[in-house]
Design a protein around this ligand. Structure first.
Ligand SMILES: *[C@@H]1O[C@H](CO)[C@@H](O)[C@H](O)[C@H]1NC(C)=O
Ligand SMILES: *[C@@H]1O[C@H](CO)[C@@H](O)[C@H](O)[C@H]1NC(C)=O
Ligand SMILES: *[C@@H]1O[C@H](CO)[C@@H](O)[C@H](O)[C@H]1NC(C)=O
Length: 506
C-alpha cells in the first residue's frame, strides 16, 4: 500500500475529509462483431527448452536456507492481495498476512471484525509484550488504530527459526478489512522510514535478517495474472522467497535498477512506450513525484499527464473506435462474448528503468493480457474486463498489474530492485511479459527523479500559493490548537488511492 509522507506538515492539519471513491462496475456491451481467435500455437513456447535446470538451488552464502521450501507460500490474487501464513505468539496462532512492499508495519487484527474469520488474541499468547504506545494509520478509504507490541512469530514456509518482531495490534478499523478477503493482517516490507508511528519501530524484514542471519534480500513472484479477481475460488499461487532468489521462478537474466531512496522501493523510470512508440514526455513526468514498486497496489498507476498520454496512445492503436472513456477512467467494464478475446486489439506497454550502470536502461514490457484484466463472467455468456492502469496524483506505482509479469528481487543489501520474466507469467502458454536491454540511456543521463518539475511554472505558483495559505492557517492553528495539530502530524496520513483497499474488486 502506498503511504504519503513528507507533505508539508502544516497542510495535514486541514486536509480533512477525502472523498470516498468506489468503482461502479457498470456493464458495457462488446463492440466486436467477429470472434477473435488468438493464434496460440504459433506463439507457444517450448517449455522443455527452458525448464532444463530443474531443481537447482539458489546461492545462499550461509547455505542454510532452502528456498524451494518457500516456493508457493503465498495465496491470493491481485484484486485481493497476496498473503503468507504466519504463526504468531506462544502457543502459535495461525493467521494470513498480506504481503505489502509499500508500507513498513507488521499489523494484525487483534479484535473480532465482521469481515475476518480469525484474529490474533493477545491474551492467549504468553510471549506478547505491549509497549503501551498506540499507533494508527489512515487510508483514503479506511483506517485502523491499535497498540504497538511485540511477540514471536514463525513462518511455516519461510526461514527456519522463531523471531521476535514488532506488532501493531489492530483494535479498531474502518474500511480496512473488506468482505471476501482471506487475510487478517499486513506485512509491510518497505524501509524503516515508513514505519508508524516513527522509524524507530523496526520493520519485520529488518528483524528477520538480524535474527536469522539470512541475506538482506527477498523476492516476490505473484501468479494471479489473468485469474479473475472476483470469481477465483482457487486463489493463484505466489512465492515470497526470504533471503535470496530461487532460480526456478524466472527465465533469462535478472535486470537490476537502483533504489534511489530507501523509504518505499523508489526507482527511476526513464521512458514509456505504447505499442513501441515513445510517449516522448520529459522523463521527470514519469517520476512525478516518485516512482515506486509496490505489491500492495493493485494496478499500474501513472501520474495524470502520463496516464492521459498512455490512454490517448492506446485509443489510437487499439482499433476500437467508440470506446467508452469510462473504461479508461475505471468506472466501466468492457465486455465481450465468451470465446472472444480483446487482447489482440491492444498494444504492448513498455517501461524503461535506469540500469545499475547508470548510462544504461532496460525495459519491462507487459502485454495486454496483464493490463486488460478479466474481472467478471456474466451469465456464462460475457467476459468483462477492466483497465489495469489508473491515474495517480502521488506518483507512478509499479503495482501488481506489472509485478505479475515478473519475478521481482528486492535486493536491499545492494540497494537495488531486480526484474526477470516470471515463470508463471504466461497465458495458455503465451508469455505475457518481456524484458529487454541494455539500452543506452541517451538524453536522460541526468536524473529523471530529481526534485519537482521545473518546467511547470504553474505548479510552482500553485505550490507557493498553497504554502503561503498553509503558513497563514498554521499561524492561526498554532495560536489556537497546537496540540491536536501535532498529534495529527505525528500520525501522518496514508493517501491510499492506489491500494488494494481502494481498487479491490468485491
Ligand atoms: C522442444 O525443444 C527440444 C530441445 O530443445 C526438442 O527436442 C523438442 O522437440 C521441442 N519440442 C517442441 C514441441 O518443439
Ligand atoms: C528447515 O529445516 C528443515 C529440517 O532441517 C529443512 O528440511 C527445511 O528445508 C528448512 N527450511 C528452510 C527454509 O531452510
Ligand atoms: C556502462 O555502459 C556504457 C554504455 O553502454 C559502457 O560504455 C560502459 O563500459 C559501462 N560501464 C560498465 C562499468 O560496465
Amino acid at each position: 500500500m502506498m503511504i504519503v509522507r513528507g507533505l508539508p506538515l502544516l497542510c495535514l492539519c486541514f486536509w480533512s475529509s477525502q472523498s470516498l471513491y468506489r468503482v461502479p462496475l457498470k456493464m458495457m456491451s462488446g463492440k466486436l462483431d467477429s470472434s477473435v481467435l488468438l493464434e496460440l500455437s504459433a506463439l507457444q513456447r517450448n517449455r522443455s527448452a527452458s525448464g532444463d535446470s530443474g531443481l537447482s538451488l539458489a546461492s545462499d552464502p550461509a547455505g542454510n536456507v532452502n528456498f524451494l521450501s518457500m516456493v508457493e507460500n503465498l495465496d491470493g490474487d491481485s484484486g485481493r492481495g497476496y498473503y503468507l501464513q504466519m504463526v504468531i505468539g506462544t502457543p502459535g496462532q495461525k493467521l494470513n498476512i498480506l504481503v505489502d512492499t509499500g508500507s513498513s508495519n507488521f499489523a494484525v487484527a487483534a479484535a473480532p471484525h465482521p469481515y475476518i474469520s480469525s484474529y490474533f488474541n493477545r491474551a492467549l499468547s504468553s510471549t506478547y509484550r505491549t509497549s503501551g504506545k498506540s499507533v494508527s494509520v489512515k487510508y483514503t478509504q479506511g483506517d485502523w488504530q491499535g497498540e504497538l507490541g511485540s511477540d514471536v512469530i514463525t513462518i511455516p514456509q519461510g526461514p527456519n527459526g522463531t523471531i521476535e518482531i514488532n506488532i501493531a495490534a489492530i483494535l479498531t478499523s474502518d474500511g480496512f478489512f473488506l468482505p471476501g478477503i482471506n487475510w487478517q493482517g499486513i506485512l509491510g516490507l518497505a524501509y524503516p522510514l515508513l514505519a508508524r508511528p516513527d522509524p524507530s519501530v523496526e520493520p519485520f524484514f529488518d528483524s528477520l535478517v538480524k535474527q536469522t542471519g539470512i541475506p538482506d534480500v527477498f523476492s516476490l513472484q505473484m501468479c494471479g495474472a489473468g485469474i479473475s479477481a472476483s470469481t477465483a475460488t482457487n486463489p493463484a499461487d505466489g512465492s515470497l522467497i526470504m533471503g535470496g532468489l530461487e532460480p526456478t521462478l524466472y527465465r533469462g537474466s535478472m535486470w537490476y535498477t537502483p533504489v534511489l531512496q530507501e523509504w518505499y522501493y523508489q526507482v527511476e523510470v526513464l521512458k514509456l512506450e505504447v505499442g513501441g512508440r515513445n510517449l516522448n514526455l520529459n522523463c521527470k513526468e514519469y517520476n512525478f513525484d516518485k516512482a515506486i514498486v509496490d505489491s500492495g497496489t493493485t494496478l499500474l498507476r501513472l501520474p495524470v499527464k502520463v496516464f492521459d498520454s498512455v490512454v490517448e496512445a492506446i485509443t489510437q492503436m487499439s482499433m476500437i473506435q467508440d470506446f467508452s472513456s469510462g473504461f479508461f477512467s475505471g468506472t466501466k467494464l468492457a465486455c465481450w462474448m465468451k470465446g472472444e478475446s480483446p487482447w489482440e486489439f491492444f498494444p504492448k506497454i513498455s517501461v524503461y528503468l535506469r540500469a545499475t550502470n547508470t548510462s544504461q536502461s532496460f525495459c519491462l514490457t507487459i502485454l495486454p493480457q496483464l493490463y486488460i484484466q478479466l474481472v467478471a463472467d456474466i451469465d456464462g455468456t460475457l467476459n468483462c474486463f477492466r483497465f489495469g492502469i489508473s491515474s495517480s496524483k502521488n506518483g507512478l506505482v509499479i503495482g501488481a498489474t506489472v509485478m505479475e509479469g515478473f519475478y521481482v528481487a528486492f535486493d536491499r543489501a545492494h540497494k537495488r530492485v531486480g526484474f526477470a520474466v516470471s515463470t508463471c507469467a504466461e497465458k495458455n502458454g503465451v508469455p505475457v511479459a518481456e524484458i529487454t536491454g541494455p539500452f543506452l540511456a541517451d538524453g536522460v543521463a541526468s536524473g529523471c527523479a530529481d526534485g519537482l518539475l521545473l518546467q511547470e511554472p504553474l505548479m510552482w505558483v500553485v505550490a507557493y500559493t498553497l504554502m503561503a495559505l498553509c503558513t497563514m492557517v498554521l499561524l492561526i492553528l498554532i495560536a489556537l490548537i497546537v496540540v491536536p495539530c501535532r498529534r495529527r502530524q505525528h500520525e501522518g496520513e496514508i493517501t491510499d488511492e492506489s491500494s488494494l483497499v481502494r481498487n479491490r474488486i468485491k
